[in-house]
Design a protein around this ligand. Structure first.
Ligand code: IMP
Length: 199
């Protein structure tokens, strides 16, 4: 269902909704991995905010690690070829690995990353994504842990950016990209709590 947006953006997931869902995901992961010590891998930069909250909701002896990858260029957008800009600091051979993503859109980036990680022979490899834009999926993916299904809209906040801004919004906004293209600072009032609920 298409909802109309009043103004340049509207709140898609509030801070309270996100907090509650992250807590549920953490509890599920804690149950599923009881007796094991998983490694949670975040893909920089967007996934870092979600990872930081998620690990505090998991009561296991976990480890974290970070990777940074280049996004494929528009134009060869179904090649799915990405470059690893920063690799993991640890060997994940024999480990139970969970890749923590902010959003899965076409799935091309993540499916490339999963095959690169699979080649390192982890004991298991699963995905935890806060947002799943399932309507846009090109590469079929098994997302074991999913926060919310996300409409086919551009979203920012809680780690997600527009030209590196707005990652620090504690909620998720769906935005009018035409407005942002005209004025990338159009949503600064949301950062200052002047628009929309901060909770
Ligand atoms: P995919 O390879 O198409 O699944 O792209 C995933 C990556 O695209 C995410 O990790 C984000 O960096 C970025 N992305 C996709 N949709 C959005 C969005 O709505 N807002 C911000 N970034 C997005």
């Amino acid at each position: 269902m298409m909802r109309s947006m009043e103004g340049p953006a509207s709140v898609l997931f509030s801070e309270d909704e996100i907090r509650a869902r992250v807590r549920e995901l953490g509890a599920t992961i804690s149950r599923d991995y009881a007796g094991r010590d998983p490694v949670l891998i975040s893909v920089l930069k967007g996934g870092a905010v979600f990872l930081a909250d998620l690990i505090q909701a998991i009561d296991l002896n976990l480890r974290t690690d970070f990777m940074s990858i280049s996004k494929y260029e528009e134009g060869d957008d179904d090649s799915g070829v990405v470059r690893i800009l920063k690799d993991l600091d640890q060997d994940i051979g024999g480990d139970h690995v969970i890749v923590v993503e902010d959003i899965v859109d076409t799935g091309l980036t993540l499916s490339y990353l999963l095959s690169a990680l699979e080649a390192r022979n982890p004991a298991s490899l699963e995905v935890c994504a806060l947002l799943d834009k399932s309507a846009r999926r090109i590469a079929p993916l098994d997302i074991r842990y999913r926060g919310f299904d996300c409409p086919d809209r551009f979203v920012i906040g809680y780690g997600l950016d527009y030209e590196e801004r707005y990652r620090n919004l504690p909620f998720i906004l769906e935005v009018d990209l035409e407005v942002l293209a005209r004025d990338p600072l159009a949503l600064v009032p949301y950062l200052e709590g002047e628009r929309g609920p901060r909770r």
